[in-house]
Design a binder for this molecule. Structure first.
Ligand code: CS2
Length: 489
């Protein structure tokens, strides 16, 4: 029987391992959202930082709902394999940065203790866009979000991000412990600022005495994070076994590329993340905008159109000549909405993205990226569409992406096969589309969903016409015809 990965002993020389003794370092970070992306990104940077800069900066990983990550990692002493695929080849690396893996469900007291521990100087988060409960229209809490509504009623027993962080910051203050730095690592615009506004509003409703403290004394550096990391595939664990000679229930696959741009605002210190290539910038907004509009915007566009066209993986979309041309067009249109960024050539960045999307060894499902559209499209598609509108640039690429999402929102392929939208507003979308007929009707109903489309797009006849024309072709002639028409247009 193959041995389970529980220590660094007996790993083949071909597998890279931590350049430090994990047991010799204490924890300094609580990370909430112990999914594949964290394991492929911040934990890898922290592994590099520990090797070069040392310090008590290992990570206590926490899952809010699922118990699987802790169940996979705990028997392995937090060790797991990252399988990195580039177009040229595949390599494996064991990460030692995770000191402990907890779930809020099973280890509630340990999670609360870790949040209040003076050793915890950073709380980082990857809970996806929908995990926070932000009302994008106001920037405050969305009282209809399940965790927000539960925590507003019972703030002493928090279950969601705003509730847990405000509770822990309050407790630390009472105990005279310095606040931790809050590091949001989700694909949201100005994510630090956004999270601060959320916590301030939540505190205002539950613990008004903390509002000044959170506004003035807690740091919320913004970050741009990037590494394409598909959900674990059917072959991941077998590949890990083959490469490491061990059973590893926590292995993940990702691309070789990674990027992290961080505002350097860590009053209680931080690991030497620069060792892993992290870039520290005074203002990450231009990087964030570039990544959200180009990488994530093109991703969402190709996810909806590619899924409907029958492509399971992003690499298949890139092998479809027409769709790949539309990806190129989208990247160029998104780049045209950006202010110049010193040291970055957007054309090179676009080319690198096309290559990354085409990575033949990465099985990244279009259906995965299609998830949570209502949470993703505002920053990925609508914000650049507004910028294009204002600058008098073509709306075509963004209108095509929005139309593809609307077509997807109908919930059936051209062949009539039904699928789940997997969107927090899935029920509201189904309700509003009930009995809808034709492109104009569907467009009006979806554009009327509260807080989704920005006012500038609501008010633009040019936008409505551009989306509606495309949606009509998709509905009447099918997605393939729409893709072909778009490519020729
Ligand atoms: C993707 C992102 O699923 C999605 O919505 O666009 O997860 C994307 O792979 C990452 O942001 C890449 O850094």
């Amino acid at each position: 029987m193959t041995r389970r990965l529980t220590s660094l002993d007996g790993l083949p020389d071909t597998v890279a391992r931590p350049g430090y003794d994990p047991e010799a370092h204490g924890a300094g970070i609580v990370h909430i959202g112990l999914g594949a992306f964290h394991k492929a990104h911040q934990a890898v940077y922290t592994d590099d930082a520990l090797a070069e800069g040392g310090g008590d900066w290992r990570i206590i990983g926490v899952s809010l709902r699922s118990t699987a990550p802790a169940e996979e990692l705990s028997p392995q002493n937090g060790l797991y394999t990252v399988i990195e695929h580039s177009a040229e080849g595949t390599s494996a690396r064991v990460i030692g940065a995770i000191a402990q893996a907890l779930s809020l469900t099973n280890d509630r007291q340990a999670v609360l203790d870790a949040l209040c521990d003076p050793a915890t100087r950073i709380v980082s988060l990857t809970v996806t866009e929908k995990g926070y409960g932000i009302d994008r229209a106001t920037g405050g809490v969305d009282p209809a979000h399940p965790a927000i509504s539960a925590d507003l009623v019972d703030p002493e027993n928090p279950v969601g991000i705003a509730g847990l962080l405000v509770w822990a910051l309050g407790r630390r203050r009472e105990l005279g412990i310095e606040p931790f730095t809050v590091l949001c690592c989700d694909n949201l615009p100005e994510n630090g600022t956004l999270l601060r506004a959320l916590l301030v509003d939540f505190a205002d409703r539950t613990a008004p005495g903390l509002v000044g403290h959170i506004s003035a004394e807690v740091a919320f550096p913004s970050t741009m994070v990037d590494r394409i990391t598909p959900a674990r595939g059917a072959g991941t664990l077998a590949l890990a076994r083959e490469m490491t000679g061990h059973e590893d229930a926590a292995a993940i696959e990702t691309e070789a590329f990674r990027q992290w741009v961080i505002e350097d605002d860590f009053p209680q210190g931080r690991p030497r993340w620069g060792a892993g290539g992290a870039i520290f910038a005074a203002d990450v907004r231009p990087y964030e905008e570039m990544k959200l509009r180009m990488l994530n915007g093109a991703h969402s566009m190709l996810a909806y159109s590619g899924f409907l066209a029958g492509h399971r993986y992003v690499r298949d979309v890139m092998g479809d000549a027409e769709l790949s041309a539309l990806v190129g067009r989208h990247l160029d249109a998104a780049a045209a909405t950006l202010a110049p960024l010193a040291g970055v050539d957007f054309a090179d960045y676009a080319q690198a993205l096309r290559d990354r999307f085409a990575n033949p060894h990465l099985a990244h499902e279009t259906y995965q990226i299609a998830m949570d559209g209502t949470e993703k499209l505002p920053q990925r598609i609508f914000a650049p569409a507004c910028a294009a509108l204002e600058a008098g640039q073509s709306l075509d690429a963004f209108a095509f992406a929005a139309a593809a999402w609307m077509r997807y929102a109908v919930g059936r392929t051209d062949a009539g096969e039904a699928y789940a939208l997997r969107d927090p507003r899935e029920a509201a979308i189904a309700e509003t589309l009930e009995g809808a007929e034709g492109a104009g009707d569907i467009l009006s109903r979806l554009m009327a969903l509260p807080g989704l489309f920005p006012e500038a797009l609501q008010a633009s006849d040019a936008w409505r016409a551009a989306v509606e024309a495309r949606l009509r072709v998709m509905l009447e002639q099918g997605i393939r015809a729409a893709i072909s028409a778009e490519t020729q247009g």
